[in-house]
Design a protein around this ligand. Structure first.
Ligand code: HPA
Length: 235
C-alpha cells in the first residue's frame, strides 16, 4: 500500500488523470474509451484504472463527493503518484436560463461556501482558478469537436440540500454557471502543488426550471464531456 486510500503501485498511474466523483462512471469511462485498461486501485470501491486513449497512457480515478473526499484523492495522486494534470469530469447544477440540462460547463474559477481554502490560505479569500493552458486547450478541443461549451464561474458547495434556496438567486445574478461540490478545493490543491487542473461538468440539475437527470442519465449520458476531457488531457 502506497497511501491510506489508494492501493495502486507507484508506476500504475499515468501523470495525466481524469477524475470523477462516481466510481461506476470511472469504470464506464475506462471500459468504453480506453484500450488495454486495467484496474489499479479499489480501496473503499473508489475505483481507478489506467489504459490508452489514442495511444497515450492515461488514468481515470474516482474522487467521491465533496471537497473533503476529493481532496484526499487529489493530494495523494499529486504527492505519491506524481500526477501533473487533472481534469475533473463531473455533474453540476445551474441557475442560468441560457444553460440547459446536459450542456457542458467549464469552471474558469470557483467560489465556495466551504472553509477548506480559508483554512489553508490563512483565512484570506483564495481565488480558485483553472489552469489557463488547460482551459485554452479545452476550448480548442471543443471547437474542433463542434461542441458548444459554457465557460465561467462556479460555486462549490458543501451542502447539496441547501437550507437557503434564495441564495440561488444570488448565484444567478452573479453569473455563476455551475454549482458543484469539489472544484474550488481541487483548484486550490493544484495551485499549492503547481499542477494543472480543470473541471468540465455536464448539467444534471436545473435549479430554476426544476429539472433533473435520472440517476442512470447522470451515470452514462456524458460521452461528449468525457471525450472532450480525454482529448484535452492528451494534448
Ligand atoms: N448542487 C451541488 N452539486 C451538484 C448539483 C447541485 O445542484 N448537481 C450536481 N452536483
Amino acid at each position: 500500500m502506497i497511501t491510506p486510500h489508494i492501493n495502486a503501485k507507484k508506476s500504475d498511474f499515468s501523470n495525466r488523470v481524469i477524475m470523477s466523483g462516481d466510481p461506476r462512471r470511472v469504470r464506464y469511462i475506462s471500459e468504453n474509451f480506453l484500450k488495454n485498461a486495467f484496474q489499479i486501485t479499489n480501496v473503499r470501491n473508489m475505483l481507478g484504472y489506467t489504459g490508452y486513449y489514442k495511444n497515450i497512457l492515461v488514468s481515470i480515478m474516482s474522487h467521491g463527493m465533496g471537497i473533503p473526499s476529493a481532496s484526499i484523492y487529489v493530494e495523494e495522486l499529486i504527492k505519491f503518484y506524481n500526477v501533473k494534470k487533472i481534469i475533473r469530469v463531473g455533474t453540476c447544477g445551474t441557475t442560468q436560463n441560457t444553460i440547459h440540462l446536459k450542456d457542458i460547463v467549464v469552471a474558469m474559477g470557483a467560489c465556495t461556501d466551504s472553509n477548506f481554502n480559508r483554512i489553508k490560505f490563512e483565512n484570506y479569500d483564495f481565488s480558485a482558478i483553472a489552469d489557463f493552458n488547460l482551459l485554452l486547450q479545452a476550448k480548442t478541443c471543443a471547437d474542433d469537436m463542434n461542441l458548444t461549451i459554457h465557460i465561467g464561474n462556479f460555486f462549490t458547495t458543501d451542502i447539496f440540500y441547501t437550507h437557503n434556496k434564495s441564495f440561488y438567486n444570488v448565484l444567478n445574478r452573479y453569473k455563476i454557471l455551475g454549482i458543484d461540490m469539489e472544484t474550488a478545493g481541487i483548484y486550490s490543491i493544484a495551485a499549492e502543488y503547481n499542477v494543472q487542473a480543470l473541471s468540465l461538468c455536464s448539467v444534471s440539475d436545473h435549479i430554476i426550471l426544476n429539472k433533473n437527470l435520472t440517476p442512470k442519465e447522470r451515470e452514462f449520458t456524458f460521452n461528449n464531456t468525457i471525450e472532450l476531457a480525454l482529448n484535452t488531457l492528451i494534448l
